[in-house]
Design a protein around this ligand. Structure first.
Ligand SMILES: *[C@@H]1O[C@H](CO)[C@@H](O)[C@H](O)[C@H]1NC(C)=O
Ligand SMILES: *[C@@H]1O[C@H](CO)[C@@H](O)[C@H](O)[C@H]1NC(C)=O
Ligand SMILES: *[C@@H]1O[C@H](CO)[C@@H](O)[C@H](O)[C@H]1NC(C)=O
Ligand SMILES: *[C@@H]1O[C@H](CO)[C@@H](O)[C@H](O)[C@H]1NC(C)=O
Ligand SMILES: *[C@@H]1O[C@H](CO)[C@@H](O)[C@H](O)[C@H]1NC(C)=O
Ligand SMILES: *[C@@H]1O[C@H](CO)[C@@H](O)[C@H](O)[C@H]1NC(C)=O
Ligand SMILES: *[C@@H]1O[C@H](CO)[C@@H](O)[C@H](O)[C@H]1NC(C)=O
Ligand SMILES: *[C@@H]1O[C@H](CO)[C@@H](O)[C@H](O)[C@H]1NC(C)=O
Ligand SMILES: *[C@@H]1O[C@H](CO)[C@@H](O)[C@H](O)[C@H]1NC(C)=O
Ligand SMILES: *[C@@H]1O[C@H](CO)[C@@H](O)[C@H](O)[C@H]1NC(C)=O
Ligand SMILES: *[C@@H]1O[C@H](CO)[C@@H](O)[C@H](O)[C@H]1NC(C)=O
Ligand SMILES: *[C@@H]1O[C@H](CO)[C@@H](O)[C@H](O)[C@H]1NC(C)=O
Length: 491
């Protein structure tokens, strides 16, 4: 969420620089505050500077304070009529009761991350339009009931992540229109079943990650429209997992996270008929021949388990576009392993003791555009790569000190490389310290004369990686120019 927003800010700042807009004045005069469109972003502040008002001051709808040392928010320190307010990584201790008054009817989104608040701000009591509250990381511990009851009436999205609350969260009964609830990283939370049944048809996303569950909240059974469920970081035994998978309404679920829950095998997930994303990372799954996964899956992570070969159930998932098998114990990739995964675009096999890859080990991976196979026990560049036929392709083979890059390269790899030319690039180094990009373009380094290279094939383009960098930054500049023309046209 924050990342996209920051990108937008950056882009608009870029546009604003090019356009040199009108006689508008930014509401904050600080050097590190920048206005763009209807938002202002300030970084690295110790205090919020005095807010400038007046007819020529830009109307701001979004104010964002990032990475600074702001501790207090006082009356009239914010522009009026704000709709969105962000405090990211500020050690806030105090938000004055009247500090949000001038945005009381408009403010609908507040995000506070890594703060030092010890209470929910009573200033929230004045807000009439708040629908999303996001607090991540603050030692709040005790929540004020009056504030909860007030915001509960309208809130559709509540994130209280890592805020030190514990035990029964009975106050949730006042939140009757919630669509998204995230109480992750609070210790031993007990969600009342009465609440879950009261939001049975509205609740779409629920995260109870790392809240110390050992059993499923029975109220889960009543959620009719749940789309995303995150139960990561709660150690649950097999019978609880089986109970979860038997909940009939979960057949609508599109995303399930069971990261670090202590799974010892792949269960039968086939009841989750609409599941597209499944996270089974950081468990202890070791048997590659058990379990069932729904064919609807498009993104699957089995990273950081104990698989010694690729789980067979994975290899029939023809809709997969992302597969993460990193940090397992896989040693070999036989011919045609991925033959059915023709839609796969991202594959992670890094940090496995992979030693042998059969010549046709990657056949079928015709859509792959990112392949991470670094930190493995390979000793040479696998010929199997030559089956990767997607026109643009980034292969990461970093972290293999013993990777030999022979001057006599296989004909198959050569042909493959010249076919891709400049749309193929590598991350990683040969044992000679030559980068793989250079090795493919320029040929091997003669061991005795480390400054000269021996060309292997004359049909290749030169310097593919730098060319890509230049062209992508050019694209960015021309995008800015293009946007600025649109803006100029508007004024
Ligand atoms: C915030 O305070 C800390 C400790 O006083 C200091 O190290 C840091 O540089 C300050 N950051 C900013 C952005 O002022
Ligand atoms: C606002 O801008 C106009 C036009 O640029 C200017 O004439 C006027 O003095 C400005 N008013 C203030 C209060 O700065
Ligand atoms: C802020 O509001 C709360 C709740 O209404 C109240 O208990 C508190 O005394 C107020 N604080 C100040 C400084 O007025
Ligand atoms: C209230 O919030 C909604 C979004 O939830 C927003 O579209 C609307 O403009 C806000 N009202 C005012 C007066 O800003
Ligand atoms: C905020 O909390 C951090 C960590 O608990 C602490 O180191 C820091 O001194 C606190 N800052 C303020 C302003 O209270
Ligand atoms: C909040 O919930 C409590 C207990 O269910 C109820 O008595 C109270 O009326 C509710 N408050 C609001 C504002 O809905
Ligand atoms: C699994 O965990 C639940 C909840 O903690 C417990 O009631 C049940 O007895 C456990 N089952 C087994 C087989 O350990
Ligand atoms: C299944 O998911 C798709 C989108 O991924 C959605 O349009 C459809 O309504 C879902 N089906 C059910 C039964 O929930
Ligand atoms: C991984 O599986 C092997 C057996 O295949 C077992 O001996 C080992 O203890 C497992 N490792 C972990 C961390 O559970
Ligand atoms: C690929 O699909 C075919 C036909 O469904 C099946 O026979 C074959 O076993 C699958 N291959 C793998 C590696 O799963
Ligand atoms: C893999 O396929 C290649 C080419 O078809 C063949 O030469 C090789 O023997 C096969 N490897 C295994 C282990 O079957
Ligand atoms: C892979 O390499 C690591 C370190 O380089 C080594 O400890 C490990 O035994 C190797 N594994 C296999 C299966 O060769």
């Amino acid at each position: 969420m924050e990342l996209t927003r920051n990108l937008l800010v950056l882009m608009c700042i870029g546009v604003a620089c090019v356009v040199h807009s009108t006689a508008q004045i930014c509401p904050y005069k600080a050097e590190t505050c920048q206005c763009a469109g209807d938002f202002v972003e300030c970084s690295g502040l110790r205090d919020i500077p005095p807010v400038i008002t007046g007819t020529n001051v830009t109307r701001i709808k979004t104010a964002s304070f990032v990475r600074g040392n702001i501790t207090t928010v006082t009356k009239n320190s914010l522009p009026q009529g704000l709709q969105e307010l962000y405090f990211s990584n500020q050690p806030l201790v105090q938000i004055d009761n009247n500090s949000l008054d001038n945005s009381a009817d408009s403010l609908y989104f507040i995000e506070i991350t890594q703060a030092n608040l010890t209470a929910l701000p009573a200033a929230l009591l004045k807000l009439t339009n708040l629908s999303i509250l996001y607090i991540d990381g603050s030692p709040i511990q005790k929540l004020d009931l009056a504030v909860l009851q007030h915001i509960g009436i309208k809130l559709t999205e509540l994130h209280l992540k890592n805020v030190g609350i514990t035990g029964n969260v009975d106050w949730l009964s006042n939140f009757s229109v919630l669509r998204i609830l995230d109480l992750s990283e609070n210790n031993r939370i007990i969600v009342p079943d009465t609440f879950l049944s009261s939001v049975r048809s509205t609740l779409r996303e629920l995260s109870l990650a790392s809240v110390g569950l050992t059993a499923l909240p029975p109220g889960l059974l009543s959620l009719d429209n749940l789309d995303k469920l995150d139960l990561s970081g709660n150690k649950m035994n097999s019978s609880e997992i089986n109970k979860l998978l038997a909940i009939p309404s979960l057949s609508k679920l599109s995303s399930l996270s069971l990261n670090s829950v202590g799974l010892e095998h792949t269960f039968n997930f086939s009841s989750l008929k609409n599941l597209t994303t499944l996270d089974l990372e950081n468990n202890n799954i070791s048997n590659p021949n058990e379990g069932l996964l729904p064919p609807s899956l498009s993104s699957l992570s089995l990273a950081a388990n104990n698989l010694t070969s690729i789980a067979t159930v994975v290899l029939g998932l023809t809709n997969l576009y992302r597969l993460d098998l990193s940090h397992n114990q896989i040693t070999t990739i036989p011919n045609a392993t991925f033959a059915n995964l023709t839609r796969l675009t991202k594959l992670y096999l890094n940090n496995n003791p992979i030693k042998t890859i059969s010549a046709r080990g990657f056949s079928g991976l015709v859509s792959l555009d990112y392949f991470y196979i670094g930190f493995t026990n390979l000793t040479e560049i696998p010929v199997a790569l030559s089956d990767l036929s997607n026109p643009t392709l980034h292969i990461n083979i970093e972290g293999i000190p013993a990777l030999s890059c022979p001057c006599q390269r296989s004909q198959e790899l050569d042909t493959w490389f010249s076919k891709h030319n400049s749309s193929l690039f590598f991350t990683g180094y040969c044992s000679s310290s030559q980068s793989l990009d250079r090795y493919f373009v320029q040929g091997c380094i003669i061991p005795s004369e480390t400054t000269t290279t021996v060309p292997i094939s004359s049909t290749k383009g030169t310097g593919n990686a730098p060319v890509l960098e230049i062209s992508s930054s050019c694209t960015f500049v021309s995008l800015l120019l293009f946007l600025s023309q649109i803006f100029a046209g508007l004024y």
